[in-house]
Every structure is written in C-alpha cells, then in structure tokens.
Design a protein around this ligand. Structure first.
Ligand code: SAH
Ligand code: SF4
Ligand code: F3S
Length: 470
C-alpha cells in the first residue's frame, strides 16, 4: 500500500477546523490513499495531476479534505476489507465536517470499485462516487455531476475510450524512479485472479504515446522508468508502420532517450517471456538485471489447476535461458500457497523449485478465494492453519535466499540511484541495478544521481554502504 506524499504536490497551509470567509478563497483539498499494485500508484499520480489542474491541492489529513479518494485493490480479501474499515472512519469525519459547515465528497476508485460497483454505496451510504479504472479521464466531470445533483454515481463501464490519451501528461515526478503504465488488463484468466474482471481485456498503448510520456518524465527528473502492465511482457502496442511492437522493441526505443539511465518492467508472465525479450537483457545496457517473473507454484498439478500455461520444468528451463543471456540477473517471484487441492507433496514441489532457481526477492501469499473466480468454487479448499504452516515453511527458505543474495553483495562496488531521504538524518536511500535497497550517508543533492557505492553491510531487506569519490 502506498500513500502519495503531499510534498510532491504542493502542500498549502492547512486550515483550522471550522469554515471562514477566507476558506472560500482557499483551494479545495484532496486526500488520496492508494492500495494495491504499482498500476494503482501510477493511476493515483495521473488522477492527482488532473485534480491539481482542476484547482485542487493535496492534503495528508482526511479531516481537511473536501474530496477523499480511496484507490483500492481487490486481489485478496484482506485488501478489499481494509477499504470498508477506512470508509467507516471517513463517514465519521464526513459527519463531523458537516457539523462545521463543510461538505466532503467520498470517492472509491480502483479494483474494488470495478468489482463491487453499487454494492459499495449500499454497504457504505457515505460514499458519493464509485469510479472504475477505465473512467479516470472522466473523474472531474463525475465529481461535478455528484456536486450538482447531490446523488451518488457509480461509473464502472468499460467504454473502450483511450483514457491514457485523455489524462494530463505528467508535469513533475515524485521520485527519480517513476512508473509508466504501458499495458493494462489481462487475458490470461488464472483461475484464482480477479484482474481480468477488474481491469478488463489486455490493451497496449502505442510506442509513440509511451515515448512522449517517457520523455516528459525524464524531463521532469526521472532517471529510471518502470514500465507497468498486469501482463507487461505480452505488450504489443502500435509501433508505427502498422506493425505491433514487442516489449523488447519498446525498450530499445526508450533506451535512446538521453538522461534515462535505467529501464525496468513488471509484471511478466512466464508464457510471454519471448526470445527477443530475453536477448534484450543481454543487449540493452539500460535494461536492469532484475526480473519479476511470478511462478506461483512448483507443482504441475496445481499450475494446471491455476491455468498458468507453464509447468515447473518450463519455468526452470526459461530461467536457464535468461541466465545464459544475462548471467547476473536477479530473480523475483510471487507464490500462492494453499490453492484448492494442494497437498503436502505439492507444497514440497514448490520448495524444490525455489531451491532449484534461487530468488533474490519474493512475495508469497495464502490463497484467498475471490468472488467470481473459478478457484473460489473448487472443492478441496485448504484449511487456514495448513495454509499458514505452508506459508511459513516457504518464507523460511525464501528469506534465507534473499539474505544470501544480499550477503553476496558485501565487498562489491555498485552504482546506486538515490531516490529519497532515509529515516536516519544525513542518509539517502537508493537502489542497486539488482533492485536492492541501499542506505548511505549522502548529500541531499545526490537524490536523482547515480553514485558508486562500496557495500559494507547486508541486512535481510537492505544494504548499507559508503559512497566512493567520483
Ligand atoms: N499479473 C501478475 C500478478 C498479478 S496479482 C502475474 O501474472 O503474476 C499479484 C499477485 O497476487 C499474483 O502474482 C499472485 O501471487 C497474488 N494473487 C492473485 N490472486 C490471488 C488470490 N486469489 N489469493 C492469493 N494471492 C493472489
Ligand atoms: Fe492475474 Fe497475472 Fe494471471 Fe493475469 S496473468 S490472471 S493478472 S495472475
Ligand atoms: Fe489489486 Fe487491481 Fe492491482 S486488484 S493488485 S490494484 S490490478
């Protein structure tokens, strides 16, 4: 879960609680909270750009907000339920503000909005607007319509318009490492997953459109771009000459942008890891040696039930091919434990695959049955305590691998892109090409710069080092 930082988008003076004549002149304030994946972070940044254009300023306190937006995630039950507990608190704030003569418009965006639609306004009547991810280009208009009528609106149509073409171009970047959505939606229909229902069919933006936005982000201070898509390596956007471009073609084109030092992409599906993309990892220096390639399980029986379109052996062979093209590539994956029908032997097969591959960074989850997905209807749902035990066993091995990967960096000298201030005074936080987080004493002016760092210490999740003289 990520909150956009207010200082990234002009924080004005916070008003005292209680309306006054001066407040009528003050800009309207928006509080935006983002749950879920990087695509939601990207969407939140785009919505914020549009709202700033419409005269809003950002606040970090919902008590001061005229407009509250929750950009939500539906991937697991916990993620979706968090939204309703937040909405309960926001209802109380709305009531309190109303006693002080202030109105508050509460909007729910993102994947819960798309999946649950009218159910949200039924469950929480304080909600004024429900807006699905395909309608963000109409956000201002929808807010205006709620204000004009005082009636709630639920907008979850997939109308096929190109929302990207209609959203404002980014004017400033919150970090030297910026996200750029190049592809949306998914046609894979893994049996556990809500994304094909919440984000719709796969759609790729054109190379020209992406290049324009990438240049604007670099002009605004980005040194690294992470190209985003639910199924990003299935990218097949219009490359001009009425020829579809692959992700490798796109990366080659973006690598020509002056000032763009690093390119990453996520999330990829093993089935779409084409030879030209693997080759690109060997050829394009800007393409970072890190790949998030979720495998989900190491059991072929479970992979088939998940509709993943690859076996465990396919995955291992694919990794060997990728390592042949880029020997130092660091690998990352997602795992689901406790998929319906998963036995101890299946769980063991996942551990075997993990040991065979070796991962630098991972995310692992207990299976969560999601409404409308085929897996939620399967017999053989796994008891909660078995899921917990399997998750702990898997995470123990994964954590060992991550610690070993980080330990192996101690004593090396690596280029680090510094992104932000650390918690310790005088320290900045950056990333290595392998995506490891590095803390080092540095000047504030080093944010946005790539400095050479000698790695002195490793922890489970991060490294510590010393900047070397230029
Ligand atoms: N497009 C990506 C991932 C999308 S969702 C892919 O193809 O892998 C991010 C991760 O959430 C998934 O990789 C999966 O591990 C996890 N996930 C998705 N649905 C889930 C569910 N119903 N229960 C538990 N984890 C789930
Ligand atoms: Fe979900 Fe990813 Fe499977 Fe698509 S490929 S259905 S986004 S897990
Ligand atoms: Fe969640 Fe939607 Fe992303 S369900 S993971 S916010 S695509």
């Amino acid at each position: 879960m990520t909150d956009l930082r207010a200082e990234d988008f002009l924080p004005p003076r916070e008003p005292e609680v209680g309306a006054s004549a001066a407040d009528a002149m003050a800009p309207k304030r928006v509080y935006l909270k983002t749950f879920g994946c990087q695509m939601n972070v990207y969407d939140s940044e785009r919505m914020m750009e549009a709202l700033i254009r419409d005269g809003y300023a950002m606040t970090e306190q919902p008590e001061h907000a005229d407009l509250v937006i929750l950009n939500t995630c539906h991937i697991r039950e916990k993620a979706a339920e968090k939204v309703y507990s937040d909405l309960g608190r926001l209802r109380d704030i709305k009531q309190q503000r109303s006693l002080n003569g202030r109105s508050t418009l509460i909007a729910v965006a993102g994947c819960v909005a798309q999946a649950e639609g009218h159910e949200i306004t039924r469950r929480q009547t304080a909600v004024d607007l429900v807006v699905g991810p395909q309608s963000y280009h109409r956000l201002g208009q929808l807010i205006g319509a709620v204000q004009a009528t005082g009636k709630p609106i639920v907008e979850t149509e997939f109308d096929g318009e190109d929302k990207f073409a209609q959203m404002p171009a980014p004017r400033r970047v919150a970090s030297p490492s910026a996200f750029l959505t190049i592809q949306e939606g998914c046609d894979k229909f893994c049996t556990f997953c809500v994304v094909p229902y919440t984000r719709g069919a796969e759609f790729s933006r054109s190379v020209a459109d992406i290049e324009r936005e990438a240049r604007a982000l670099v002009a605004g201070g980005a040194r690294e771009l992470t190209l985003l898509g639910q199924n990003v390596n299935a990218y097949h956007g219009d490359g001009g000459n009425s020829r579809p471009a692959s992700l490798a073609d796109l990366a080659r084109c973006l690598a020509d942008i002056d000032g763009l030092a690093r390119i990453r992409y996520m999330t990829s599906h093993p089935h779409d890891m084409s030879d030209d993309l693997i080759q690109a990892h060997g050829d394009i220096p800007q393409l970072m040696p890190f790949l998030h390639l979720p495998v989900q399980s190491g059991s072929d029986r479970i992979l088939a039930a998940m509709n993943r379109k690859h076996t465990s052996a396919d995955y291992v062979a694919l990794i060997a091919k990728i390592r042949a093209a880029r020997p130092d590539i660091a690998l990352s994956s997602d795992f689901i434990v406790g998929f319906p029908g998963e036995t101890d032997a299946d769980a063991e097969a996942t551990l075997d695959l993990v040991r065979a591959v070796g991962f630098a960074q991972t995310f692992s989850f207990k299976f969560s049955p999601r409404p409308g997905t085929p897996a939620s209807q399967l017999v053989g749902q796994v008891p909660e305590d078995t899921k917990t035990a399997r998750l702990l066993a898997l995470q123990a091995v994964l954590e060992e691998q991550q610690a070993a990967f980080n330990m192996a960096s101690v004593g090396t000298v690596v280029p680090v892109l510094f992104e932000r201030h650390g918690r310790e005074p005088g320290f900045l936080v950056g990333r290595t090409p392998h995506q490891q987080m590095v803390h080092a004493a540095a000047e504030p002016g080093d944010i946005g710069k790539i400095r050479t760092v000698a790695i002195a210490q490793a922890r489970q999740m991060s490294l510590r080092g010393v900047i070397q003289p230029a």
